[in-house]
Design a protein. Structure first.
Length: 217
C-alpha cells in the first residue's frame, strides 16, 4: 500500500514536471508573426473631369433689314466712228450738200497720165462714194498746168469733176461740174486739189454740192 502511494506520488511528480516543461516551452515559443495592417492607401489622385459649360446658342436674331443703296446704272453713250463722206438733206433749193473728210478716205488714186492728151487724175477708191477730178493740160487751153484757182469748166479749162453718190456705178450723170471753182495746190509728185464749190447735176435730177472738199495732201 505504501509502495503504491509512492508510485502514485512519483507519477504525479513526473506528470507535473512534464506539464511544467511543456508550459515553459510553450511560453518560449513566439506567437505567430502577424503582419501589421497595411497603411491606409490613398486613392489615386484624379483630376476632376473638365466640364464644359453647356453650349448655348445665342438667341437667333434677324439682322436689321437694310435696303441696298439705290445706284443708277451709268449712262452709256455710243460713239459712232466718224464717216469719211456724209450726204446731207436737200435745202430749200433742192441742193444736197456733201461733206467729205479727206483724212478718213481710203488711199486715193493719184497720178499723172501722160500721152497725147495728158492729164492729172485723182479720185477716191472706195465703194460707198466716187469723187473724181481730171485736169487736162492740153485739152481746154485756158488751163495748161498752172497752180491756182480756176473754174470747174471741163470745156474751156479742161478741169472735169465727177461725183457718184453711192459709188457703185455706173455714174448717174454726175458731172462734169459746172459753175464751180477749184483750187490746185500741188501737181509735182502728189496731186492736191480742193473743190471750193462744185455743183453736180445727176441723171435723176438731184443737184449735189461738194464744198471745201480736198483730195490729196
Amino acid at each position: 500500500m505504501r509502495g503504491s502511494q509512492v508510485s502514485a506520488v512519483v507519477g504525479l511528480l513526473f506528470v507535473a514536471a512534464a506539464c511544467g516543461g511543456s508550459s515553459s516551452e510553450s511560453s518560449a515559443t513566439n506567437a505567430p508573426a502577424t503582419e501589421a495592417p497595411a497603411p491606409a492607401t490613398q486613392p489615386p489622385a484624379t483630376e476632376p473631369a473638365a466640364t464644359q459649360p453647356p453650349a448655348t446658342d445665342p438667341p437667333a436674331t434677324d439682322p436689321p433689314a437694310t435696303e441696298p443703296p439705290v445706284t443708277e446704272a451709268p449712262e452709256t453713250t455710243t460713239t459712232l466712228a466718224p464717216e469719211a463722206i456724209v450726204i446731207g438733206e436737200a435745202d430749200g433749193d433742192g441742193v444736197v450738200p456733201v461733206a467729205v473728210d479727206g483724212t478718213l478716205l481710203d488711199p486715193l488714186f493719184n497720178q499723172f497720165i501722160d500721152g497725147s492728151d495728158p492729164f492729172f487724175h485723182v479720185h477716191t477708191q472706195q465703194e460707198d462714194v466716187f469723187i473724181s477730178v481730171e485736169m487736162y493740160s492740153v485739152f481746154g487751153d485756158e488751163w495748161t498746168g498752172e497752180l491756182g484757182t480756176f473754174p470747174t469748166d471741163c470745156t474751156t479749162h479742161g478741169i472735169c469733176v465727177y461725183f457718184d453718190p453711192d459709188g457703185t456705178g455706173p455714174l448717174l450723170g454726175g458731172g462734169p461740174a459746172e459753175g464751180g471753182q477749184v483750187t490746185i495746190s500741188q501737181l509735182d509728185g502728189e496731186i492736191v486739189v480742193t473743190l471750193d464749190a462744185a455743183p453736180i447735176l445727176t441723171d435723176d435730177g438731184i443737184v449735189y454740192s461738194l464744198n471745201d472738199v480736198t483730195l490729196g495732201g
